[in-house]
Each structure stands twice: as C-alpha cells, then as structure tokens.
Design a protein around this ligand. Sequence first.
Ligand SMILES: Cc1ncc(COP(=O)(O)O)c(C=O)c1O
Length: 390
Amino acid sequence: MEPVYLDHNATTPAAPEVIEAMVPYLGELFGNASSVHAIGRDAKVALENAREQIAQFINCDPSELYFTSGGTESDNIAVLGAAYRYRRTKNHLIIGATEHHAVLEPAEHLAHSEGFKLDILPVDKEGQASASKLAELVTDKTALVSIMHANNETGSIQEIAPLAEAAHEKGSLFHTDAVQSIGKIKVDVKEMKVDMLSLTGHKIYGPKGTGALFIRQGIKLSPLFYGGSHEKKRRPGTENVPGVVGLAKALEIAGQQREADYKRLNELAGYFIDKMLGLIPDTSFNGSRTRRVPQTVNMSFRGVEGESVVLALDLKNIACSSGSACTSGVTAPSHVLTAMGVDNIDAQGAIRFSMGRVTTKEQLDYVLSVLPETIERLREMSPVYQQQKP
Ligand SMILES: Cc1ncc(COP(=O)(O)O)c(C=O)c1O
C-alpha cells in the first residue's frame, strides 16, 4: 500500500503546475524586484501580476495585499502591529478560544509582557463563537479582535461578518486567520467585513514560506521589521518572487477546483466519520458536521493517547496527527478541544485526519481496516480505558 497521507492541514505538496510556474523565477528570471534594470523589472512585473491575481481572489485592491513568509508572520504582523500602533489609547485585545498559536502566542505576549488586557471569546461545543457574546466583551479600549475563519484542528467555520460588525461597533479593528479556509471555501474580505486577513501557500498546494496579509486601505499598523521599503515598509526584505508566483498559481487552481473538491471531500468525510463511529466503540466526532471545511475530520478515541495512535498508524503507512502538544514529555490536551467542552480524556485521544486532492475511498477503507484493531490494542494497555470500562 502506498503511504496514505491524511495530514493535509499540516501541509500539502506543491502542485506540478505550481512548480512549473515557479521554476523560471528560480533561474533565468532571477531578478530582484526592487532593481531598476530590465532583469529586475521582469521580476517586478511577475510580483505585481501575482498580487493582482490574489487580490482578485479575495476581492480586495492589489494595494491592500502584502506578501509575507506565511500564516505565522501574517498573524504576528496583524496582532502585534495593531496592538503597538494603538497602545497609547487602547490596551485591550480579544481573540477566539480556538485560535492557532500564531495568534494566541503574540496575544499572550502582549498580555504578559506589554501591559495589555486579553479576553478570550468562548466557543460552543461545535467550535462556533457568538457575535452577541463578542459585543459584550468589546469596549472603546479594544484595539483588535482576532477570530479565525476555519479551525486547523476541527475545520469549524466561523461566520465572520457578524463578529467583525460587533468589533467595529466599538471602533476596534478586526482580523481573521484564513489559513485553513482559503482555497477551500469562499473568502471575500468585503463580504466578511474584515480589516485584516492572513493566508498561506503551503496548505493549498503552494510553496512553503509564502503567504500574504490583507490590510484594508487606511488601516495603520506599527511595523515589526525595519530595513527596506519593500511591501510599503510593512514587510521589508527582498521579495520571494518565485514563491509569490507559486502562491498565485496555487490559488488559481484552488479557485477552479474548490467546489468540486468540497463536494467530493464532503462525501468522503461523511462516509469516513460514520464508519469510524460504527466500527469503534467509545468514539466521538469533534466539531460541526455541517459548518466545517469538510476535509478536516477530528475524532476522539476514548482512553488512548493520540500520539500513540499517530505512531501506530505511521507503522501502517498512514500519516495523520493528534491535536495535542507535547512539552517536556508531558502531553497537554488541545486547547481547541477543551474550549469546545471536550473532556481531558477525549481530548487526549483526539486524532485529526485531514484529506486532500489525492485522498480516495480506497485509502479511507484501508485506514478503516487497521484502525479498529489499533485502537483496541492500545486500549488493552491503557489504564485510563480499563478503569473507565463499564
Ligand atoms: C490556522 C493556522 N494559522 C496559521 C498557521 C501558520 O501558517 P504557516 O505555517 O504558513 O506559518 C497555521 C499552520 O498550521 C494554521 O493552521
């Protein structure tokens, strides 16, 4: 059996068309987009064409799109840049309870070391945040609200526009991390009413180390880096022309395939979830069956350690991931799942299967043929499961 890759939310391979589009800019069209000579101007043209194409994809003006090295950098520029810019008059931030560490950690840094007050907007058991709860938390001292579009562990989708409206009501900026939604569901910055939006290339068959931040016209941010006038001083540094060309190509393909991919993966996910629930006792699905990017399937196998399942499946040539983070040998349950009310035992036993363009029903059937006995074997060795057994 060929390896079964079910970790597309971690990263994807670059599509052949993406690689083909990038190659000339690694070689003969190697120019620095800031150089004034003809070789530089060719690179600049490629950069600006890509900017236009991506801007059209998310419905913004090209002047509102800034290239970065990916989702983490875009999130940091948004969160830290807004906080530092407004700190004299506004010292309050709100983030969602299930944010990625790329938003969570800069926000925590601002709270622990820079004197900001941080509020966490809770989510319900399907991972959904409420605009009315947000309205209760926002004040005229709120510099920024940051709530992600689709969650990386569960795929849960937030309805962003009402949340952005609640933030704007009190004069706060609103940022969303669209790293896991772009290319999979519609992302339109005007419909979503956001001031800033982060995206990355490597989750959508684009190159690693590429991304962008939409910053609405007129929004002011403090820069995090100094040293050049690239990207209008918001992200100085020689532009990654091949990467940006690849990012634009990846989004072009995603735009063409998005609806067909959604339908196919939604059907596969429904089949996979129902089978797992039917075949393996004490198993639960985490998240929303309907308001979710369908390629993400998060399941809890009660009484096992997620990491052990990942390693056991790896031996069977299956790649997936657990939501838990291992620090100093101690496995902490995922903050995303605990925020959704999943208890610690189920959160420890959570596995994320994330499908992609190459995923087939045959591959899922192979997983289904080895998973029940893998879980059973691990449960036989699990004191937690043995104690819990009815
Ligand atoms: C929701 C979300 N935000 C941000 C990131 C970070 O993106 P990058 O890997 O491009 O830095 C990830 C990557 O896993 C993600 O899933």
